[in-house]
Write a protein that binds this ligand. Sequence first.
Ligand code: NAD
Ligand code: MG
Length: 395
Amino acid sequence: SAPLQVRNVAVLGATGSIGASALDVIARHPDRLRASILAAGSKVDALVALCARHRPDHAVIAEASQLDALRDGLRAAGLSTQAHAGEDAITALAGSQACDTVVAAIVGAAGLASTLAAARAGKRLLLANKESLVLAGELLMRTARDSGADIVPIDSEHNAIFQCLPDAHARQGLKRIVLTASGGPFRGRPRHELAGVTPEQAVAHPKWSMGPKISVDSATLMNKGLEVIEAHHLFGVPRAQIDVVVHPQSLVHSLVEFIDGSTLAQLGLPDMRTALAVGFAWPQRMASGVAGLDLLQHGRLDFEAPDLEAFPCLRLAFEALQAGGTAPAMLNAANEVAVSAFLQRRIGFLSISALVEATMHALQVSPADSLDALREADAQARRHAQSAIPQLSAA
Ligand code: NAD
Ligand code: MG
């Protein structure tokens, strides 16, 4: 689209952490960006408050029973925003003329349908919902290629790689991708010290402020595992050319190495508004509200190898990518069930990886040749993981 055309942006997951960062960047650029659709899961009051501030054309709440509450709230606030409810309404709006740009920031596999709809409709897709790539990466990338949708990854690591490898020309001679990981709140702890950690400790991330699910994923290193699979799909790189290195300062967001010995990296403060500004403005640049990096103030950058014994989820994700087919979909689904059970204090921290591993071992991998096959694998893994929880909570 033309440089000074205003982008109409759908923010899906508007009440979340990425949603807040996206709306912050949008509000800084009224001449270039406007929020035309805001969607959220179940928090009507928070959604109405965002509508009062950003005045979108449409507001959608996923929870169908909340339609009246949303309509009443918008009316009471004196807004002309149209109210909608249900996941199908989010999906329909994401592919509609009411937006040209979609921030896909719903958490979990619940974001797949709207992400696919945006890709199918050829939108500029700012893709934070990494679970949709893990679940249906080939389908999503093919759909975007066929429609001409631009995908800009909104994950700090993949946004860094995107900036280092903006086009096919830049990828010549690529040798490997190195994803950095903060190591999460339990970095350096041996496995036996992790049995009793609480949800509060797990979500207290040292460097990033994020939603609860991704915060637990960062604590188990499953987040890095999901990101390995994400990188494979986004950049078409095989598992053997993707490495992970722990970097506790979270200033180097990832690196790419070429056959001539060159390594390129992207650095910046850990604040997702930088990645979102790249997504909105690319190939241009726009201010994000994030300050530049003062290397003298930070002083040092450390790197260490990940501990796969204490954090087996990273190994399980590498194995799922290697197995291919429906294995990553099952990994993701079992992990969503396990993280939610951990947050509800039904299972312990170490049971998250145990539940994922048991599910992966119990189920047969099949080819990921259709959306139905992937959805079925997702549902089967959820059922299996759910049914295994009582034994784990008794233990
Ligand atoms: P969050 O929990 O803060 O927000 C999730 C949003 O999704 C909320 O607005 C919630 O209302 C909405 N939602 C939940 N279930 C829904 C449903 N069924 N239908 C519609 N909406 C639903 O999560 P977050 O930290 O903002 O993360 C969002 C996504 O971005 C995740 O996939 C995460 O992995 C990814 N991501 C986040 C960060 C970060 O810094 N927070 C970084 C990289 C990637
Ligand atoms: Mg990340």
